[in-house]
Design a protein around this ligand. Structure first.
Ligand code: C2E
Ligand code: MG
Ligand code: MG
Length: 286
């Protein structure tokens, strides 16, 4: 029981404690089942990628797509990453999953319209592996994708991993790949990271966008982040844009890029072309 509680405490970050509770026991058994299923899923290639478009204000078509992993489980149906990525990080399965995602995203990016960039999420565990840079390099050379069309998204927890992670990021940058800080503003948002690490973009967490119309504090944070980023020569992406009002406000605030259900949900590669032939371009509406 202490072991189970320790796991929960660790997953909540550092400087934390956790008493054992009965619900946790259940979840450990469920986790075990899910872990076995996940191994099979990797072997059977049941993991697929959906792509969510990312827009800038000056072009009607997406400039980038974020690859988001999905699991089509034979019994449970579609399983979202929030339901299996944290588990796979605990078990180490994330390394095999991440490698598969990177290879597939690079291959599929060759079919994206307008030479759009593909953004791939990488977890902190992957960044701690010695072979990450070699894996990325192989995915690029096998697919023929130009490194300038690949962007890697990392959350701030990655940055707690220390000097080795920093070196790894620099090696990735040397390949010509760009790095974005995901979900910015929610975790350990040390502004010092923005100057020390080879980052080219910050993605403002969707929790700030969600209440920007009603909460002046969220607006102040968004404006502040955009201002800091611009001063440092970094681009900003707003995540979770769900309404036209939010879009207009973000444009006025000087945000560079937008992503959210208002502009497009994650979709299979096969839907992308037909979608952008028929979709109204909301971005251009004043
Ligand atoms: P993320 O990287 O921040 O990805 C954005 C998430 O926000 C996606 O959820 C997306 O569907 C959702 N989203 C986008 N627009 C909106 C919106 O307008 N409103 C709302 N409410 N949500 C929106 P998803 O696909 O469930 O992914 C969740 C998280 O799982 C991702 O967050 C990412 O951290 C992780 N993830 C996904 N794929 C991978 C992967 O291949 N590797 C790793 N390590 N993590 C992944
Ligand atoms: Mg992301
Ligand atoms: Mg995000």
């Amino acid at each position: 029981h202490a072991d189970v509680a320790l796991y929960c405490a660790k997953s909540g970050g550092r400087g934390n404690f956790q008493f054992f509770e009965h619900g946790m026991e259940m979840s450990k058994e469920q986790d075990h089942e899910l872990q076995q299923d996940l191994d099979l899923a990797v072997q059977r290639d049941e993991l697929v990628l959906h792509y969510q478009p990312i827009f800038c204000f000056s072009r009607p078509e997406p400039v980038a797509y974020e690859a988001l992993v999905r699991w089509q489980h034979p019994v449970r149906g579609w399983v979202t990453p929030d339901d299996f990525i944290p588990l796979s990080e605990k078990t180490g399965q994330i390394c095999a999953i991440g490698d598969g995602v990177m290879r597939r995203a690079c291959q599929e990016a060759m079919r994206l319209p307008n030479d759009a960039t593909v953004a791939v999420n990488i977890s902190a565990i992957e960044l701690q592996q010695d072979d990450l840079v070699a894996k990325v390099q192989r995915a690029l050379s096998d697919s023929g994708l130009s490194p300038s069309r690949l962007e890697i998204e990392l959350t701030e927890t990655v940055l707690l991993s220390g000097a080795e992670a920093t070196k790894c990021l620099k090696d990735l940058q040397a390949l010509g790949v760009r790095i974005a800080l995901d979900d910015f503003g929610t975790g350990y948002s040390s502004l010092a990271y923005l100057t020390k690490l080879p980052i080219s973009k910050i993605k403002i967490d969707r929790s700030f966008i969600a209440d920007v119309m009603s909460n002046t504090q969220s607006l102040a944070i968004i404006q502040g982040l955009i201002h800091i980023a611009a001063g440092l020569g970094l681009k900003t992406t707003a995540e979770g844009v769900e309404t036209q009002e939010q879009l207009l406000l973000l444009r006025a605030a000087g945000c560079d890029l937008l992503q959210g259900y208002h502009l497009g949900r994650p979709m299979p590669l096969s839907d992308i072309e037909s979608h952008y032939r028929s979709a109204p371009v909301k971005l251009m509406h004043r």
